[in-house]
Write a protein that binds this ligand. Structure first.
Ligand code: NDP
Length: 330
C-alpha cells in the first residue's frame, strides 16, 4: 500500500511473541492495515511510553501473543473508512489503544481525539493517557477538595508530574514520596509542599508533617513496596487509591484491616473503566486540554527514544531513571 504523505520510513511494528525481558521486543516490517468501517489509519509521529507497557511485556498483565505493545499515540490521519464523518486525512489526532508501538496505527475513529491547534502531537502523546489518569484520580474516583492533604508516590514520573501540579491547583496539600533528592527538588517545583524519601519510614514522616493526623488520600502507583506505608499514613476515613504496580502487585488486604485503621476506603481504579463510553473520554479530554491551555499542567517530555530503541526505553522506565513523560518516535 502506498501512503500519500508518509515518511520515508519502511512501515514496521514492535512485536513480542513471548513474555519476558526487553529482548522479547522485536522490530518486524509490516504494512499498515487499511481502515475498515468506523476506523481511521494514522501515520504516527509519537507514541507515549507507559509503565503498563512493561506489565504487558513481562506478563504481569496477560496479553494474547503475538502482541504489539503500546497504549497511546498521536499522528496525522492518512485515510478513513466508511461511516467516519468527524475525521479526514490530514487531521492531527491522539488516542489510547492497543498496538501503538508502530509506524502506523489503525483503530476506531470514535476513540480518536482531534488535537487543538496549540497542542502538538508530541505533547498529546506525552499527556493523553497519563493526564487522563490524573483527571480520573482527582475528579472521578473521588473529588479532590481544597485544604485536604494527599500523599503522592512517584511524583515526578509520567503521571506524577501531571498529578502534583493539578492537585496543587485545586488547593490540595501534596506530600511527595520519591527516591532521590534531585527528584524531590523537582517535586517541589511542581508544587509539592513536602517531600519524603521512599527509603525512610514514610508513614512516620507523614505523621510528623501532619501533626499526627495523617493524610486524606494516598495516590499510590508503586504497589507492593508502598502498600503498608500508604495504609499507615491515612487518617480515619482516608482513601488508599492504589492505581499502579511499579514495584510489583500489592498483597491482598483483609476488610478488617481497613476497619481497624479507621473505616478506610481502598480502591483500585483503571482508567479504561472511566473512559469506556464516548462521554467519559470527551469529558476527560476536555478537562485535560483545558488544564494544558490554562497552564495548570505542562507536557514535560523528559526523554525520547527512537521506536526501534524501545528496549532501552523500557529499561529506563523500569529502573526509575525517567522523569516526566517518555516518547517513542517512529
Ligand atoms: P512513572 O514515570 O511514574 O515511572 C515509575 C516510577 O515509579 C519511577 O520513576 C519511580 O519513581 C517509581 N518507583 C517506585 N518503585 C519502583 C520500582 N521498584 N521500580 C520502578 N519504579 C519504581 O510511570 P508512569 O507515569 O507511566 O506510570 C505511573 C504508574 O501509574 C504506574 O504504576 C502505572 O502502572 C500507573 N498507571 C495506572 C493507570 C490506571 O488506570 N490505573 C493508568 C496509567 C498509569 P520514584 O523514583 O519517584 O519513586
Amino acid at each position: 500500500m502506498i501512503l500519500a504523505g508518509s515518511a520515508m520510513t519502511q512501515p514496521y511494528v514492535i512485536e513480542m511473541s513471548e513474555t519476558g525481558g526487553v529482548d522479547v521486543l522485536k522490530k518486524v516490517d509490516r504494512a499498515p492495515r487499511a481502515p475498515g468501517p468506523g476506523q481511521a489509519l494514522v501515520r504516527q509521529t509519537a507514541s507515549g511510553l507507559n509503565f503498563i507497557d512493561t506489565y504487558h511485556r513481562t506478563g504481569l498483565y496477560p496479553v494474547k501473543l503475538p502482541f504489539v505493545p503500546g497504549s497511546e499515540g498521536a499522528g496525522v490521519v492518512e485515510a478513513v473508512g466508511e461511516d467516519v464523518s468527524h475525521l479526514k486525512p490530514g487531521d492531527r489526532v491522539a488516542y489510547l489503544g492497543s498496538g501503538t508501538y508502530s509506524t502506523h496505527y489503525t483503530g476506531a475513529a470514535a476513540t480518536m481525539v482531534k488535537l487543538p491547534d496549540e497542542v502538538s502531537e508530541k505533547a498529546a502523546a506525552a499527556v493523553l493517557l497519563k493526564g487522563l489518569t490524573a483527571w480520573m484520580l482527582l475528579f472521578e474516583v473521588r473529588r479532590a477538595s481544597p485544604g485536604e492533604t494527599a500523599l503522592v508516590w512517584a511524583p515526578v514520573g509520567g503521571v506524577g508530574s501531571l498529578l502534583v501540579p493539578w492537585a496543587t491547583s485545586l488547593g490540595v496539600n501534596v506530600i511527595a514520596v520519591t527516591s532521590s533528592e534531585t527528584k524531590g527538588s523537582r517535586a517541589r517545583e511542581l508544587g509539592a509542599q513536602h517531600v519524603v524519601m521512599s527509603s525512610s519510614d514514610v508513614a512516620k514522616d507523614v505523621r510528623a508533617i501532619t501533626d499526627g493526623a495523617g493524610v486524606d488520600v494516598s495516590y499510590d502507583s508503586v504497589g507492593k513496596a508502598s502498600a503498608q506505608a500508604s495504609l499507615d499514613s491515612l487518617k480515619p476515613r482516608g482513601w488508599w487509591v492504589s492505581y499502579g504496580n511499579a514495584s510489583g502487585a500489592a498483597e491482598p488486604v483483609a476488610p478488617g484491616v481497613l476497619g481497624g485503621k479507621g473505616s478506610l476506603v481502598l480502591t483500585r481504579p483503571g482508567l479504561f473503566h472511566f473512559i469506556a463510553d464516548a462521554d467519559g473520554l470527551r469529558r476527560g479530554a476536555a478537562a485535560l486540554f483545558g488544564a494544558l491551555r490554562a497552564g495548570t499542567i505542562q507536557a514535560h517530555v523528559g526523554q525520547s527514544f527512537a521506536l526501534s530503541d524501545v528496549a532501552e526505553a523500557h529499561e529506563a522506565i523500569e529502573s526509575g531513571m525517567t522523569v516526566g513523560a517518555t516518547l517513542l518516535l517512529p
